[in-house]
Design a protein around this ligand. Sequence first.
Ligand code: SF4
Length: 184
Amino acid sequence: MSSVLRPRIAISACLLGDRVRYDGGHKAHAVARDVLAPHVEWIPVCPEVEAGLGVPRPAIEVVADDPVRVARVEGGADVQTPLLVAARHRIRALAEWGVDGHVVKARSPSCGLGDTPRPGAGGVGPGLYVSRLLVDLPDLPIEDESGLDDADRLRRFLDAVVARAIRRTSSQADAGTWLSRVLG
Ligand code: SF4
C-alpha cells in the first residue's frame, strides 16, 4: 500500500486562523492555509495560550536579552515563569512526537524568529518561545510567515523539512517529486 508523505510541521496557531492572539484576533496566512495545508500535517502551537494566559490577555513584550525575558507591557503578574514552563513542555512534546519543521509568527514576543523588537533595550531578536526552540532543537528547520511569501526561502525551508520527514518515516518518497507537487 502506498501512502503520501505528509511532513509534520508545528506552526504558530494564529497563522492558521485560530483566534488566539492577545486581542482575540488571528493572523491567518494564505500560503499556510491554502498552499501548504493539503500537503503537510500542521501542529498548531500557541505558547501564550498553552501558558494559561488566556484570550484576550494583556499584551507582553521582550524586556531583556540573553536570556530572553518578557513582561506585561502594563506591568503586573509574572508571565516569564509560566511561559518558560509551557515552552519547555511543548518543545519536549514536539521532540518526542517527531516534528520536521516549525513555522512561527514574525515579531511576536513569544514566536518571533529574530525580528521581535526590544522596547527600551533597542534592537531585535527572537521571542521567548523561539529562543528556547533554537537551543533545544537546534537542527529543526524554522521559518516565519515572511519566509512563506518568499519563493527561495520557502523552497529552502520545505527542502529541509521533506528531507527530515523522509528520514523520520523511512519513506520511499522522492523529495523532488514532493516539492514539485507542492510548489508546482
Ligand atoms: S504569535 Fe504565537 S503566542 Fe502570539 S498568538 Fe500567535 S501563536 Fe500565540
